[in-house]
Structure formats: structure tokens, C-alpha cells
Design a protein around this ligand. Sequence first.
Ligand code: ASP
Length: 309
Amino acid sequence: MKTYSIAIHGGAGTLVKGMMTPDLESQYKDALRLALEAGYTFLEEGKTAIEAVEEAVRLLEDSHLFNAGKGSVFTATESHEMDASIMDGKTLNAGAVSLITGIKNPVSLARDVMEKSEHVFLAGDGAMQFAKELDYKLEDASYFYDEFRHKQWLEIKDTDSFQLDHAKKKDSKFGTVGAVACDQEGNIAAATSTGGMTNKKWGRVGDSPMIGAGNYANNKTCAISCTGSGEFFIRGVVAYDVACLIEHKSMSVKEASEEVINKRILEIGGDGGLIAVDAKGNIAMPFNTEGMYRGQKSSNGIDAVSIYK
Ligand code: ASP
């Protein structure tokens, strides 16, 4: 049987080691483990890579610890605007949503865009209208509220900065979540979901819902989910760049991912990480920050959740 695998991330903006307590560390690891096992079980049962990445990301969205779904960061107007995307490496079908509010699991709405609309990317009021037509239930703001996120926002709310501005303070700068998987058929998929950046305004959208920037999947190359300074990941077309290095320069998924995260994105001033898997089930998870909440599990025996280097 072919190797099947899944990798997940909860963002490359981990708490700096000094701020992480043993109790908090085990909460993060438990939440990662839950999502990893759920996605892996789907693969074990013969479900598709798309089903596995959606399930893993839904569970990460349901945890208040990560900046996606419940626990999303606050915008400049004290609301939550979430972005998500999903892509199927077998068909190159993709779905994405941006600037949505009140949706418990943005990744599932992205999947519905892919499967139930003629389009790839729906944003703002239109995306909400689409959700309404599909009878999505809306959660009120209290569902998404997280005290730590609110405190982060209060600290910068009257300034022009957003949490991307992390030079002085490196706590929890990126908290996007994502999953990539290779199923028993050798099909791969990627999903990414985020609340974006604290204190963002003007309808700011990062790389996470942009196919080719924060998320991409193609059976010929790899499936990728990114986390990091979105503006740079958009300019670097990071996810597609990794796929291009594999396709045109015959690099392995590991070589290509490392080239982009440890060299190309740094050269243009960005930081963060990504998770990637190819159609043989090989996983790569490079990051150039202090840590990245992450997990990987494969039918070839790999099984780990980690935070720091
Ligand atoms: N890449 C995300 C964004 O720019 C942030 C993150 O990874 O946490 O919206």
C-alpha cells in the first residue's frame, strides 16, 4: 500500500519560550494531537485528502488557542474577519473565502465554494450571502472571543500598527492554522484558515485564502499551507513557488520548501513557515521563526507534535 500522511500547523508565531508555561504547552500539544489524529484516522479509513485536511482544520478552528475560527484575532473595529482556502491536488479545484464573520468553520465554507459554486474565491458580504443560502448558522461575537486575543488588541488598538509589526514583541504573531495530506490513492490536498492580523483594517486580506500564495495543491508537485507575514507571502507567491521548484528544478519537497522558507522569503523580508506533502507522502515543515505549532503523522511510522526547533 502507498504511504499516506498528514501534516498540520497552528501558526509560526509561537509564544516565545519564556512566555510558554508547561501547562500551556501541553494544551497546545493536546489541541494539535486531536486535529492530527482526526485527520489521520480519516486517511486510515480510506477517506480523501480533501476530507482529511478539512477535518483537521475544523478542529484547529474549534480551539481557542489558534488564530482561526474560535480565538481569531480582533480587527481595528473589534470584530473578527476570517479567511480560509482549500485545494484539491487531483483536480486543481479550489475554494476560498475572505472577510467573513460569524462562521464557525471558515474552511468548510471554502470547501462549499469549491464544490457548490462555479467560483473559486468569494469575499465579504457576497461570501456571507452564499453562506446564508446554504443555511449556515451564524455564531455571535461571544463565540469567537478570547481574552488573550482581546488583550493583544487593546494594547495596539489606538495605533496604526497591527500585530505583523512584531519587532519588539514576538508573542503569537502568526496564528494561522493549516493541514496538508496525501491519501491512500496518492491524491493530495491543502487547507488553510486564519483570523489574519490583530488590528487589521481596510479589508486587509493576507496570503491564507490566496491560492498560490498561502495555499496550493497539485498532485504533480505538492500540497502546501503557509503561515507567516502574509504581505510577503503574497509577494513571494510562496506556495506556488515551492511547487515550481519541484516541477521545474526537480527538487524534492523538502529541498524546495527549505529553499523558499530559509532563503527566498527571507531575502524579500518575510518570515514564517509552511507545511508540505508530496504525492508519495513525504512531508516537509520548515520555518524561520522561533517555533511553529505543528504535527505530522504518516503510515510509514512518523508521528510527532512539536512547537520549537
Ligand atoms: N499569514 C497570515 C496572514 O497574513 C498570518 C499568519 O500566518 O498567522 O493573514
